[in-house]
Design a protein around this ligand. Structure first.
Ligand code: MSP
Length: 746
């Protein structure tokens, strides 16, 4: 086979690429779709180059985080995992992603393989038993080197002290080997920032790693010592080999493993590079298995300047964009707008701007002009183009330049640059059409000359479109398929199977080719597109709105408390579960609340909407209640809608730790448990509550308030209290009945 791939050092006959496997504690959002879409585009290009490609994705289903989320949802961990894993898969199918395999870590093939890996590491003397006491971050499922009570340095959440008899992996034995490995394989991890970070982490010294847990049971049992479960990251990383047959006795599986391993690329989010670039190669080296060829980290997708993530409540769903603009619009936006490897902001505005500018007015409009004119002037049959003039030679040169330059940028993961290069050809083709104006016959041109010009211009423009379409196919597969049909070339999928990208060169569109019917590609997004998407997100997030619209409540993260909203979901009873709001921007609008509005009513009927948050004010500054509202002012007060209210995520939490903060008279540092996660909150109640008396109390917190730093500590939320006149002394909101942790107040 001819060498179809310009990427250095990569095999040219097989290509194995993977996405991270996604945790099933939360449903998929754009951040997850981003990694999977990038892999899909790469996989499609590789296949179209004639390379046998294996594209793996899947779900990571074990561990304490999932066990807790399932408990909160009143489901068994497997029932819970089945549901969310199914949602990931359904979304990938809806978006048309061309994965070859979807692994779930609860599948027998994976369990068997992960146990085999563990046993191999133990047999080779790299695993031993010892007792361990340390801090564990449940959210990251990672051991962290911080003092008890300190937050996780990666995600800022409160860590838990864990003291267990564990199996340990001799990671310390791999410090030198890893550094040598990185040096010998400079392309192993990219981008450069990831490489530097990982190397400095390893240079800082590697401690042995605890690779089993005994304090919970939702995991893969350690072979021969079943009270232990395998550490979830060892379990999860193993998916990359178990999915292609590692640990299986079946000959076909073994052949597959030999064919595809080592992986060409693990595409990951930058926050999990330590696991992929340190632990994973060390496990493999210890087990005597070749290391993957490369690990490539993508940046984060931000929404409102913060990483899109369920716990911050600022996610956008891929389904919304698919519904309004189509999956290709999302693919184009993600790959064009964000330089790969860097963080990038998602906004509906930017999405629609790109869509209208580049797709509707750019590529879409070009195709529509040429296809329509071909039908109008040549009955849809490609004419003989005749001899090229200077303008055709220039167009051809531009196309040939693109054929050379686009793959270089694409294969270096420079997708944005690749698309920029390709859109230069779109603009050049457009300019070529406009300059030659085949739709307009000047008075001094004979009919025969005009027909010659039309034939030449339309055939050449159509050829340029053919090249653009073939190149863009991995990124816009659905739209490229439509254009291919309109150009009379049949199914692009069939062409893609025949290595059409390897063979692409100028002159492939033959005279006599019968064009397909014109069909709209990217209808212009009208002004209401943004509003429609925003509304879809709102509807999705507000279960009350969902119920009112007769829709099914969204899948579930936390139990709902008794609803106070008459339109709320009929199933929103304690113990049942409704949607967690997802797109609430993590902005705390308005001034941070010290004590909230005090109404001129007796304390016994004081409104419980009062919030007691932390204050930035230096210790000693009096807490100043706001001016009492007069009844007249009250009457003039603007109403809020249910939508406004549902933006505020109020939840039940239990105080685990409460302590004073040195030199801050008014602040208490609280650690609270929401059931699905633990957090630190700073509250300005130190003058009213003895910290010891608060421990174990169930309170109400605003869970989706943007994190704030005070006195060097991060506060992740705000607790609610009635604020009593005359001095605004707080009385914590609480419940007469027992309520589950994490329950939503609506
Ligand atoms: N289960 C682990 C990965 C195990 S791989 C052996 C995990 N799961 S995750 O669901 O939390 O995240 C998986 C990946 O989703 C991230 O690494 C990243 O690729 C992607 N993203 C999730 N949120 C994201 C953004 N906001 N932006 C970009 N990608 C993000 O970590």
């Amino acid at each position: 086979m001819t060498k179809p791939d310009s990427s250095p050092g990569l095999r040219t006959d097989h290509y194995y690429l993977t996405t991270p496997i996604y945790y099933v504690n939360a449903r998929p959002h754009l951040g997850h779709a981003y990694s999977t879409i990038v892999c899909d585009a790469i996989a499609r290009r590789k296949r179209a180059l004639g390379i046998e490609t294996w594209f793996l994705t899947g779900t990571d289903e074990h561990g304490q985080k999932i066990e807790r989320s399932a408990k909160l949802a009143g489901k068994t961990p497997l029932e819970f995992a089945d549901k969310i894993s199914g949602e990931f898969r359904a979304l990938w199918d809806r978006l048309g992603l061309s994965y070859d395999d979807f692994i779930r870590t609860t599948e027998p093939r994976h369990v068997r393989g992960a146990q085999h890996l563990f046993a191999t590491l133990r047999d080779k003397g790299y695993i031993y038993k010892s007792t361990y006491t340390g801090q564990y971050c449940v959210s990251d499922e990672a051991w962290v080197d911080v003092p008890p009570g300190a937050p996780c340095p990666d995600c800022g959440r409160i860590t838990e002290t864990v003291s267990e008899e564990n199996y340990f992996f001799k990671l310390s034995a791999f410090e030198r080997k890893l550094l040598d490995f990185y040096e010998a394989n400079p392309g192993f991890m990219q981008p450069e920032s990831t490489r530097k970070e990982v190397i400095s982490f390893v240079r800082g010294g590697l401690k042995d790693l605890s690779v089993s847990r005994t304090s919970f049971s939702w995991g893969i049992p350690v072979p021969g010592d079943e009270k232990h479960v395998i550490y979830v990251w060892l379990d999860a990383l193993a998916n990359y080999i178990t999915a292609i047959g590692y640990g299986s006795d079946d000959v076909q599986d073994q052949k597959k493993f030999e064919k595809f391993w080592p992986a060409d690329i693990h595409l990951i989010g930058k926050e999990i590079s330590r696991f992929h670039c340190v632990y994973w190669p060390a496990f493999l080296m210890a087990a005597g298995i070749p290391t993957p060829k490369s690990v490539r980290a993508n940046g984060w997708l931000l929404f409102d300047d913060t990483k899109m993530s369920k716990s911050l409540g600022n996610i956008v769903r891929a389904e919304t964009i698919d519904e309004v603009l189509g999956a290709d619009a999302l693919r184009y936006f993600l790959l064009r707008e964000i330089p790969f490897g860097q963080d990038g902001s998602f906004t509906f505005d930017a999405l629609v701007r790109r869509y209208n500018g580049d797709l509707a007015n750019g590529y879409g409009n070009l195709v529509s002009r040429v296809v329509n004119m071909m039908h109008k002037f040549f009955f849809g049959v490609v004419p003989d183009s005749g001899a090229p003039t200077e303008t055709e030679t220039a167009l051809r040169a531009a196309a040939e330049r693109t054929i050379t330059e686009f793959p270089v940028a694409f294969d270096e993961f420079n997708f944005s640059e690749a698309l920029k290069i390709l859109w230069t050809l779109v603009a050049e083709t457009d300019g070529y059409l406009t300059a030659n104006a085949p739709w307009k016959k000047p008075a001094d041109r004979s009919d025969a000359d005009h027909e010659t010009l039309q034939a030449r211009v339309l055939a050449n423009a159509a050829e340029s479109i053919r090249i653009i379409t073939a190149l863009v196919y991995p990124i816009l597969p659905a739209s490229a398929a439509k254009v291919w049909q309109q150009l009379g070339l049949g199914e692009i999928q069939d062409a893609a199977k025949k290595t059409f990208l390897t063979e692409i060169k100028w002159g492939g569109l033959k005279p006599g080719t019968k064009f397909g019917e014109p069909a709209p590609l990217f209808p212009r997004a009208e002004k209401d597109a943004i509003e429609r998407m925003e509304n879809l997100e709102k509807q999705n997030n507000a279960s009350a709105v969902d119920a009112a619209a007769g829709k099914q409540a969204e899948p579930m993260h936390a139990p709902a408390a008794t609803s106070v909203d008459p339109t709320s979901a009929p199933d929103a009873t304690p113990g049942e579960h409704t949607a967690t709001p997802t797109t609430v921007a993590p902005h705390h609008t308005g001034t941070p609340v010290e004590t909230a509005t005090v109404h001129p009513v007796p304390p016994e009927i004081a409104s419980a909407r009062l919030a007691t948050g932390a204050t930035d004010a230096p210790a000693g500054t009096p807490l100043t209640p706001e001016t009492h509202a007069t009844p007249a002012a009250e009457e003039e007060k603007q109403f809020i809608t249910i939508d406004d209210f549902t933006k505020v995520e109020l939840r039940v939490a239990q105080i685990l730790v409460a302590e004073r903060i040195p030199k801050a008279d008014k602040l208490l540092r609280l650690e609270v448990d929401l059931g699905y996660e633990k957090r630190q909150i700073l509250a300005g109640i130190a003058q009213y509550y003895e910290p010891e008396k608060l421990i174990g109390r169930k309170i109400v917190i605003v869970a989706n308030l943007a994190p704030r730093k005070m006195r060097g500590l991060e506060s992740n939320g705000m607790l609610l209290a009635a604020s009593l006149p005359p001095d605004g002394s707080p009385v914590l909101a609480s419940f007469l009945e027992d309520v589950p942790l994490g329950a939503r107040l609506k």
